[in-house]
Structures are given as structure tokens and as C-alpha cells.
Design a protein around this ligand. Structure first.
Ligand code: NAP
Length: 143
């Protein structure tokens, strides 16, 4: 059961996905490298974290929707150690198979569940009809 979700990356896709998650009634935490991009969300009931680690610490699911694998690696190396029990990391940035395996290993070593979930679709579908190609397994702590 997902109650609290963080979206890291408020670009074209992450911003639209965050809107959809919020509309579905979830508690949504946001972080973006350029902080000003997150500010318009704050007044509308989104939680805006000062750091990616603060966002990860606050939720049970974190979605990375960043530019590329380097961005994901950089952000999650900093943020992942802040996770609480049972965190699921849904990695939706386009990163390729090599980086997807790298991130699955990173998550496993941190005791975090990992879902590789690249997207088919663009901004308008991100508001409700994206196709996600999802693969993963439960967190090691639940096995
Ligand atoms: N747009 C599409 O139609 C589409 C469709 C399917 C999949 N995708 C994939 O989804 C991902 C996101 O796409 P998008 O269109 O939302 O991209 P975008 O609009 O360019 O947004 C990129 C996001 O990544 C952040 N970012 C970039 N480099 C970073 C770094 N080094 N450290 C931390 N944050 C960084 C940006 O932060 P700042 O605001 O600070 O720059 C921004 O939040 C990409 O992997 C893309 O290939 C996109």
C-alpha cells in the first residue's frame, strides 16, 4: 500500500506525474535540483523537500524521473541512505539496461525494493495514461 510518494525530478515528465499522484490522494513529496521549479507546487498542498535525502526519508515510495543515468546515480547515491523501512524505489528515467542493473544492485545493497519502470508516452499521457514497463522484486527485508 503506497501512502507517501516522493518524485525526484520535476521536468516535463516528473512534474506531470507528480500532479497525477497528488490528484489520486497520495501524500506527495517533491525535490528538484533547481529548487525554484518546485515552489509553485508548495502552495497547492505538495510537500517540497530541501534535499533528495529529506524526500526519501519521508516516504514509502520514491520515483526517480531524472534526465539520465548520471543524474540518477548522483542523486540516489546521496539520497538512498536516508531511506526508512520498506522503501520502494521506482526508477522511471530512461537509463538503459546496464544502468538499470546497476541501480537494482544499489537498491539491493541498501535493503530497498527496486522497480525498473521506464515509461512509454510523454507529457500529456503523464497526466494519466502513460504506459509503464515494470520489472522488480520485493525488498530484501520482506523476503
Ligand atoms: N519527455 C518525454 O516525452 C519522455 C518520455 C518517456 C521517457 N522520458 C525520460 O524521462 C526522463 C525525464 O524526462 P523529462 O522529459 O521529464 O526531462 P526534463 O524535462 O529535461 O527534466 C529533467 C529533470 O532531471 C533533472 N536533472 C537533470 N540533470 C540532473 C542532475 N545532474 N542532477 C539532478 N537532477 C538533474 C532536471 O532538474 P533541473 O530542473 O534542475 O534541470 C529535471 O528535473 C528522461 O530520462 C527521459 O528520457 C521522457
Amino acid at each position: 500500500m503506497i501512502d507517501k510518494v516522493a518524485v525526484l525530478g520535476l521536468g516535463t515528465m516528473g512534474g506531470a506525474m507528480a500532479e497525477r499522484l497528488h490528484a489520486a490522494g497520495l501524500e506527495v513529496w517533491l525535490w528538484n535540483r533547481t529548487a525554484s521549479r518546485a515552489e509553485p507546487f508548495r502552495a497547492r498542498g505538495f510537500h517540497v523537500a530541501d534535499s533528495a535525502a529529506d524526500a526519501v526519508a519521508a516516504v514509502d515510495t520514491v520515483v526517480t524521473m531524472l534526465f539520465d543515468a548520471d543524474a540518477v546515480r548522483s542523486v540516489m547515491t546521496q539520497a538512498l541512505p536516508a531511506h526508512g523501512d520498506g522503501l520502494i524505489w521506482m526508477q522511471s528515467s530512461t537509463v538503459g539496461t546496464v544502468a538499470a542493473r546497476e541501480f537494482a544492485t544499489m537498491a539491493e545493497q541498501a535493503g530497498v525494493g527496486f522497480v525498473d519502470a521506464p515509461m512509454l508516452g510523454t507529457k500529456d499521457p503523464a497526466a494519466g495514461t502513460l504506459t509503464e514497463l515494470v520489472a522488480g522484486r520485493p525488498p530484501t527485508s520482506r523476503l
